[in-house]
Structures are given as structure tokens and as C-alpha cells.
Unconditional design. Sequence first.
Length: 335
Amino acid sequence: MSSESGISQTYPHKLSNEEIQELKTKLSKFHEDPNHKRSRNTPLAKLFGNITDTLGDYKSANNRIAYIYKRLPQENDAGDLSLFEKRSRVIKYLLDNILAVHRLSHENPNSQYISIPLYDMQVVEQMINIIVVDGVYSCLPDGVGIPLDKRRLKNFKTSMTIDKTDFKDGTRILDNIVSTMIIVFTGKSDLRNLIQVGSGFTDVLTSAIVLYTNLENSDVEKKKYNEKIKTLEDASSTYQLFSLYTLLMANSKSRTRYAFLMKQFVLSRLSELIVRRTKNGGNGLEAMIDVIMGLRTSDKVDMTRVQQVVRAIIVSKPKTMDYADYFHNICDQLF
């Protein structure tokens, strides 16, 4: 069809299978120039350049921690450090740079563009994935968390084997991860917007719960980690919390002591969410219905799940509420 000016107009249409295959063939001919160097002129761009140089080809390394540690700037310790100390320093390096990216990528309300370019988003993803696999998972107690083989983590060419660290020692790394990432998740930056919904938040909250349920905690430490959990919850949406806690419950099948403590904590949190959460993402009941019915992941409504919703409402009363107050709260949310 032609416009009045005689210029032809192209309207969007669904590509046929033949057109899709033809497009894939054409795109496959494009390859990244290994000798190409991106210009790094801004402080944020220079930071990403330094991080990229340090990470190198870690994806192909059999021992990621040892590989990255050797490439860390200003590591001139006499003698060979233990794997745990190397792990601590690598994770600290990544966390320090995550925090630096956060501070250099503050939101600009007057711009529709984000400050982190597409090719550097991959660097962010790489850092987060290393923190998750070699920081969080290596330090979690056995039987706690979502199994790694069920995660969709990219940027690893070799198998994602985990070199486990003794939990008592690992709490130091987990504490550093939680304390640093809370600054990002409670701040305002383009980085926060990129990683708020995803593996980063999931693993930080899981780590905070594990630290809270640590059997060797003092009352002061339990209070500290409980406050951190509440801070993370307030920085999230009700729907995201229901999704995460439901997923943790589904994977809490281990009979270890810490798995039991995790399950008990998550159960209590789920019952509180349905009545307590009324901001930052809708009311608690609405979020629970969304999760159980799968309304955000499917266009079809499965009516067989309605009974699951009813059952969940009946059994989710917090221990601190009587039935009259509980159902009054539920009815207020419904109507």
C-alpha cells in the first residue's frame, strides 16, 4: 500500500517458518570481531572494562575461584591462601564492583534510557551468577535452597559443580553478600531495576533466612537478620515473595536440621503475607491467588485450582490472629 506521498508503507506481520529460517541464516553470518575494543570513556564504562578484563575467560575454567583470584588486582600475598580465603576475596571483589555499578547508575527521571548499555548487562549477569554459584550455593547448608540443577543460570561453559564450604565459615561470606546487596535492592538505580526480579534477589533473601535460622546465633544476631529479611521483603512485591516462598516450600524436602528450620520459617512468613502485605504490589490475598492460579504465566484459567485457593485461605491463618480477625481481614481484601 502507498501513502499520499507515494512512499510505500510496510505493516507488521507474523513471519512464516520459511521467513524465520531465512532470517536465522542471515544472522548466523554475523560474528563478533575478537579484536574489536569498545570505547570506554565514562567512569561506568571504564569500570565495566576493568571487570571484564578481570573475569577473562572464567566460563571455561575448571576452578572459577582460583582462575579469577589470580587475575584480581593488587593480590600480592606471600604464600598460597586457602580456597576459602580466595573465595572470600573473589566474592568481595564482585560485591564491591556491584556496589560501584549501583552508585554510578542512579536513575535519571529525565531520561527514558538506562545508563547500563546492553553489552554490559551481560557483565552484570556474569557477576551475579558467580556470586550465586560460588558465593551463596557454596556456603548454604545441605538441603537448603532451590536445587542448582533447577536454576536457569547462564555464562558457564563447564558444569556448575559446587565446592562446598563449611557452613560455619561460610556465614561470613553470606553476611557480606546480604549486607552489600541490601544496599542495592533498597536504593534507586538502573542496576537495581535490572536485578530486582531474578536470581540475585532470590538468593540474597534465601541467604538472609539461613543466617537468621543459624543455630549458633545470639539473640542480637537473630534480631539483626530478621530486620534484614523485613527490609528485603519491603523492597519486593507481594507476588514475588509468594512465588519465592512457595518455591522454597516445594523444594524443602530434605530432612536436615536447617532444611526443617527453613521450612518452618517460610510457612510462618506465608501466613503473614496474606494478611500483612497491603502495599508495594497489591494486597496479600490477590498475590496468593495470582500465584496459585498461575494468572501471570498463562492466559488460561484452570478452574481446578480454585479449591487449592480455598484450602490455602483456610489453612493460612497466622498463629497470632484469631479466626474472627483473620476472616475479617480476608473479606476486607475481597470486597
